[in-house]
Design a protein around this ligand. Sequence first.
Ligand SMILES: Nc1ncnc2c1ncn2[C@@H]1O[C@H](COP(=O)(O)OP(=O)(O)O)[C@@H](O)[C@H]1O
Ligand SMILES: CC(=O)OP(=O)(O)O
Ligand SMILES: [Mg+2]
Length: 406
Amino acid sequence: MSGSRVLVLNSGSSSVKYQLLDMRDGGRLAVGLVERIGESGSRLKHSPADGESREWNGSVPDHDAALKAMAAELDRDGLGLGSPELAAIGHRVVHGGLRFTEPTVVDDAVLAEIERLIPVAPLHNPANLTGIRTAQALRPDLPQVAVFDTAFHTTMPESAARYAIDVETADAHRVRRYGFHGTSHAYVSRETARLLGRAPEDVNVIVLHLGNGASASAVRGGRCVDTSMGLTPLEGLVMGTRSGDTDPAVIFHLMRVGGMSADEIDTLLNKRSGLIGLCGDNDMREIRRRVDAGDERAGLAFDIYIHRLKKYIGAYYAVLGRVDAVAFTAGVGENSAPVREAAVAGLEGLGLAVDGGLNAVRGDGARLISPADARVAVAVVPTDEEMEIAAQTYALVNDSGNQNLT
Ligand SMILES: Nc1ncnc2c1ncn2[C@@H]1O[C@H](COP(=O)(O)OP(=O)(O)O)[C@@H](O)[C@H]1O
Ligand SMILES: CC(=O)OP(=O)(O)O
Ligand SMILES: [Mg+2]
């Protein structure tokens, strides 16, 4: 294999994040984001390493158009997809079911399996598929590698992965807990061990990935033993637009008494619930601004978000038995000091505390925010799903390249 660059695509329900990396030194040649795809006022932000960032607002009707806009921006910097330097394209794929436990070179059978899983990742897998197909059309000669959110969680024991429902029915329909954001949980738990100066095998970590989608995981010695998302990315924590845990009977009640259809309830729980359903905003910056201004609805939404988070910290403490660190990551976890402070408040009995001064410091890298004498480390550990996907993609194409030579 000649090239040393990897393009990573993280296609979400209404956004595409991308990075072009040089794997010789891990340097980022360009990073970008297309937001509000299919909505009014789509926006692209593109930042080449050697030049000024560019931004434009316009219409990006779908993911195919978003990827073509990205390709045009890379072309302008002489970093286009036609480059012989490009070794592979790595794709975040959210649902890989039970079949994909490792990064996988995409072929027709892999595409068909990702498509089959659309009903259990309706917001994500269609966008991931479009990303792969568009990239294939632009560079049919290049390996496309799928890196699955579910892969890290396949080590969960059956006691955590199974729902307590009739076994035959569950198995017939592959109903079980898969977990998501696995690339982030894997990366952050490893980086947390590094921050503590210990080997990942020796460290137990609770990872709190708090972005627009949010999930918690319990990681024992580098292996996931429980996580808060389940069959789909709807279970668990309160999220930007998703409810997280509810009594499943809420659904029957809304059908029978509320006259709502399955599709309407799906949209309600995935897109009109969570923080946005509770207070009309899903951005934690805006919610905190409203809380500080005395807005009661925003205050209640914040309290519900924190209450759920605290319950999962307690639950995973019990699952792990011994906890070395709690790591906050993703957009909210990395940036919101009030969320971190509130989530840990009152947990001194568990050895958990946040130092107000350290928590308030804004910084780029991984850092401890617990007092020096704390029994359990509390840390902010920035996630880097793109770098992790690039590393796994590059390792896979190098391995298969070497195998072809032998
Ligand atoms: N400075 C900040 N303070 C508080 N919250 C922030 C800040 N910056 C971003 N966020 C939160 O992070 C969220 C996005 O997180 P991110 O991990 O990028 O999510 P996703 O990958 O799901 O799109 C925003 O919706 C917002 O709530
Ligand atoms: C799986 C998931 O919820 O992903 P995201 O947070 O990117 O929406
Ligand atoms: Mg994310």
